[in-house]
Design a protein around this ligand. Sequence first.
Ligand code: NAP
Length: 292
Amino acid sequence: MKLLDGKLVSQALKDKLKVQTAVRAAQGKKTPHLAAILIGNNGASETYVGSKVKSCEEVGFKSTLIRLEETISEDDLLFKLNELNEDDDVDGILVQLPLPKHIGEQKIIETILPSKDVDGFHSESVGRMVQGLPAFYSATPYGILLLLEHYQIETKGKHAVVIGRSNIVGRPISIMLSKNEYPGNCTVTVCHSHTPNLKEICLQADIIIAALGRLEFLRADMVKEGAVIVDVGITRVADSSKKSGFAIKGDVAFDEVSTKCSYITPVPGGVGPMTIAALMMNTFKACAAKDN
Ligand code: NAP
């Protein structure tokens, strides 16, 4: 078994971006600028946005963190987003999800200009991705592709089973893996909570993308010998030995599945850091698109 080391690969990608950003600066070109909106005090969201802002610093991007109260109205948030849309210095905009219940998520996503939609959630970005047109790929599935690519995992003709069909992970990665390009050309099965024979389907998989958000759901008896396992799940589990008071676990029972598979992502240190690297790549692209 080999680790698909997201920490290592994301660092390599960020190192490359740092050089490319420095080259832009030397050429007198604009510095990429990411604006992140964080609403309320959700601990996990704070951590994710914090990592994104820190990564911007690492690669030499400018970042603006906008903290808004949990009680902000939808109209005020839309107003803020429109300001960022109109700000020529801002290349990429992200609104950290989930949003407070009184704010319509889709409305917010659709308000971000597609040219600044570095999270790749806008229907125009998704539609373009589905049609094979240049687009911002949403960061988590894009990060998974970059990881498979780095380790030169063969995907052509493979059966990929995706567990989960969310708009941000399961659905887009299933489409990306079915595309006529590398990494892709897979035969893809998408499973969800109404899939009755999940174990039998997983046992046929050459590649499993576990993105359901259920602690250690995928067990060794659901995995074919030699399969490639990508664990997207993030669940916080109380752990008094950690400073934070919790440990991060995935959707895969790592200890048992890792004895059977050929490659596997750890949690933490797998898909998580790749998501951030992919976001940085999208932000760089959004900025570079303005060059001409
Ligand atoms: P989500 O919106 O809750 O979607 C979960 C999907 O899994 C749904 O399609 C659901 O089916 C399916 N599902 C739930 N229980 C199932 C079961 N027992 N059997 C089969 N399918 C089941 O979650 P998400 O936003 O995609 O996130 C999934 C996980 O990935 C979470 O742990 C999240 O924290 C993590 N995540 C990690 C990253 C990262 O950067 N590493 C990024 C995003 C998300 P239905 O559609 O039928 O309800």
